[in-house]
Design a protein around this ligand. Sequence first.
Ligand SMILES: [Zn+2]
Length: 254
Amino acid sequence: MKLALNRNLTNGYTSNSQIARILTESWVEENIFCPNCGNPLNNYENNKPVADFYCFVCKEDFELKSKQNAMGKKIVDGAYATMIERLQSNKNPHFFFLNYELKTLQVSNFIIIPKHFFTSEIIEKRKPLSDTAKRAGWIGCNILINNLPSSGKIFYVKNKEVENKDKIFENWAKTLFLKEAKSEQKGWLLDIMLCIEKLNKKNFTRQELLSFIPYLETKYPNNHHIEFKISQQLQVLRDKNFLKFTARGNYELN
Ligand SMILES: [Zn+2]
């Protein structure tokens, strides 16, 4: 995998957004493989509304967004209503995020956010465009990458270091079980995964996890069985091999 974007492809172009699109799309086409099967990806014809790339074998779609310089906490995406509609119909593509250094035209970070990590919680509604804007009243959205558990951000390139290919496949496979989860259960699973992550250790206890009850109570004010919900998610996560039970009330992340 080369980290340099190919500037030669943009000779003759003057629009910055067009240049960025050509540079980033051509890089993905040359360097990125399907995280599920390892095959090269295909580029959709321009302006297909839903996705930019697809895998012939897995029949999966991928959308590419890119950002110059700092990675930031959120990614600017398209129309809010379309995004919510896609989430509800389960038709959203997987999401590629390419972050590059403008000065050197080198890729700094490249991640995939699997579509099963998308819930309305990570979608932020932007303010409608002002009356003087060309598309007055239009409402876009941001993807709040900071609200995702780290298992939902699979790196191909991290701080200019290329990740090992097997590691990428492994990270991808680890959370595929979320694909099958219904949206309410998925919300709980993601919450508990995020709480576990905040503990920041490989081995943890149920007791430590219970310290998040006040936080979860604020989040789910109508649920009076939070402790039961925590136990339930731990069992699912164990059944799906995300973690294991090492002793009564003790867990280890896989
Ligand atoms: Zn594939």
